[in-house]
Design a protein around this ligand. Structure first.
Ligand SMILES: [Zn+2]
Length: 331
């Protein structure tokens, strides 16, 4: 099984550094382990994969490849945001996928992945100048056939001109998608009335946990179908975010506040339970829907940095436990 050689496995407690945003929780060093594995015959140009999450293989882990210098310079900040999600879904034991070591491509990124199992989600991260584009790009290229949850994803961030606190917010948002937020919905029959087919449709996410949390956050009298998903292209990428005009300062809307941290709500965490994760809702930020308070949603929406053209489209490949591609879905 595990035939490839590893000459060094270095484990160290991840130190809480570089979180300028006061809404970003510090992590618990006793839980947050970073493991760097290098292969014996490693190419000096290859980047090591970093494991973020519990050291227990039956709990959740991200395997993160920082594929360029820009990403490596932001290492501690990137890993800190991934770590928060890893804590939220720590109790999840996703199916391990046997893997043939070699080059993995996703979202325009490549990584020489030298492990023979995918446990649980491998994410390539790049930080570079889009040359006129700016913002965030995300992609999920590989899913488990058994659960429709991601196993291979990519995040590309252009940090040029972004305030430091905003960088953390973008990475936190991006790693939410790497768990399948937005992306796995349609494969789990949890995306209703998608707006790509009918612009302006009343797109929504009918997961029972997210609906209950939405009601608890002040959405009891919301008049439409719950939970409302972005359906307005002017606010950003439709079908994969909460609706900006309803959620305002929530993290997983299609817009992020300018210069301040957004709220990672219990609605978002419960939506992860709805798609199959075991979650810890205690990790949620206190959050109330803006329509439920004196703050108008139109005011909140006006101050957002909108995440447009975020999704890098491409074929979604579904793998079985043995790592065989059993299905390809093309947009
Ligand atoms: Zn997004």
């Amino acid at each position: 099984m595990n035939t490839h050689r590893r000459d060094a496995i270095i484990s160290l407690a991840l130190l809480a550094v570089g979180t300028a945003s006061c809404d970003t929780l510090p992590f618990a060093p006793e839980v947050a382990m970073v493991t760097t594995a290098a292969t014996a015959d490693a190419d000096p140009n290859a980047y090591p994969t970093v494991t973020v999450g519990s050291s227990d293989p039956h709990r959740f882990q991200f395997e993160i490849a920082l594929v360029d210098q820009g990403a490596r310079e932001l290492r501690s900040r990137i890993l800190a945001q991934a770590e928060r999600w890893a804590r939220i879904v720590d109790g999840s034991d996703l199916e391990d996928i046997d893997w043939e070591p070699g080059t993995v491509s996703c979202g325009g990124l490549e990584h020489d992945y030298q492990r023979d199992v995918l446990d649980d989600v491998m994410v390539m991260v790049s930080v570079k100048d889009f040359k006129g584009g700016g913002g965030l790009k995300t992609a999920i290229c590989g899913y488990r056939e058994s659960s429709s949850l991601p196993m291979i994803g990519a995040v590309v961030l252009d940090v040029d001109g972004l305030p430091q606190g905003q960088v953390d917010d973008f990475f936190l948002h991006a790693f939410g998608h790497m768990l399948g937020f937005g992306f796995s919905w349609r494969y789990r029959d949890l995306l209703r009335n998608p707006s790509s087919e009918d612009v302006g449709a009343d797109t929504h996410f009918p997961g029972v946990g997210a609906i209950a949390a939405f009601v608890a956050a002040g959405g009891a009298h919301y008049p439409g179908p719950k939970v409302p998903v972005e359906n307005e292209t002017t606010w950003g990428s439709v079908n994969i975010h909460w609706r900006e005009s309803v959620f305002g300062e929530e993290l997983m809307t299609s817009g992020l506040r300018d210069g301040v941290a957004d709220y990672l709500s219990a609605i978002t965490i419960q939506s992860l339970a709805d798609i199959g994760y075991t979650v810890d809702v205690e990790e949620a930020d206190g959050y109330t829907l803006p329509g439920a308070s004196a703050v108008g949603s139109s005011i909140a929406a006006a101050s957002a940095i909108h995440i447009r053209e975020e999704v890098v489209t491409g074929p979604a490949v579904f793998y079985d436990r043995q790592g065989s591609a059993v299905r390809v879905v093309r947009d």
